[in-house]
Design a protein around this ligand. Sequence first.
Ligand code: TRP
Length: 336
Amino acid sequence: MTDSSAKKISLTGIKPTGSLHLGNYLGAIKPGVEMINSGDYDCFYFIADYHSLITVHDPKVLKEYSYEVAASWLALGLDPSKATLYRQSDIPEILELSWILNCFTVKGLMNRAHAYKAAVQENNEHERDPDHGVNMGLYSYPILMAADILFLKSNMVPVGADQLQHIEIARDIAQVFNHHYGEVFTLPEGVVHKEQAIVPGLDGRKMSKSYGNTIPLFLTEKKLKKTINKIVTDSTPPEEPKDPNDSLIFDIYKLFANADEIKELDAWYRKGIGWGEAKAELFKVVNRQLEAPREIYNELMSDKKKIDLILEEGAQKVRPRAQDFLNQVKQTVGIN
Ligand code: TRP
């Protein structure tokens, strides 16, 4: 028997800002579930609803997106008896810690954060005020994220490559604090799963909500087929041999098919395959993997009380730890 308290803590959050897609699955959820099932980590996965509030200002939509993220994790294999799933907003201690961290974060660090810089750059390109449309939530986004990570003494934070800067910022803030008060915070490490970078979207760019090129995870079969049919192809006639290594359809196919299937489709490409046929093959392997989860997902989404219960249990496990640690931090700074 291994001592569970000796396990490394793995923590990650997903922002509920829209339906999850194949990129989220391969880059975050699948490796996250594998980490749970390896038994090597104590895993904490949460719904970053306060982060979504930065951009989602429709209460019904925010609520629905939050359920979608929770149901997606559960449908795709997160077993709540093996890992903890919770809502960020159920742990108000995170916000208290966030304020404390604010007081140890130099403003310049936030000026350099990618998301803020991108907003400023876009404003400059449109010759608007540089801070047009930037609320303080967006500006201090990395501090809330640091609180998410630090309150649980997380060791590893599996994320997409675009989030690594945020982990570095969390480390920076923790180090400033530790330098002054002693070793209070555990320094987290970002972990990037290789697949994340290579899930292409319908147009060949990285699959991303902001590009509008995604294949959402839980469509009906009919809509999934329709979406796959939107993958951009050229006008090479069906009978002409095609290079599988220069094909978006094949790139995505490889992420879902087994070795034999990949070999067969490779040969079909070289013989000459119609794009319609290639897309039908892709649909088959993607749908095969999503069929069973889709059913669980739809069931959960039609019975949200079940989701609520799981999230409540998660919060009950996390909150005492948050309270203990926050007390320690408050004592450290002289507030209690
Ligand atoms: N910023 C992350 C994203 O957009 C979501 C997130 C919020 C997160 N808090 C976190 C991820 C803490 C890891 C750890 O993907």
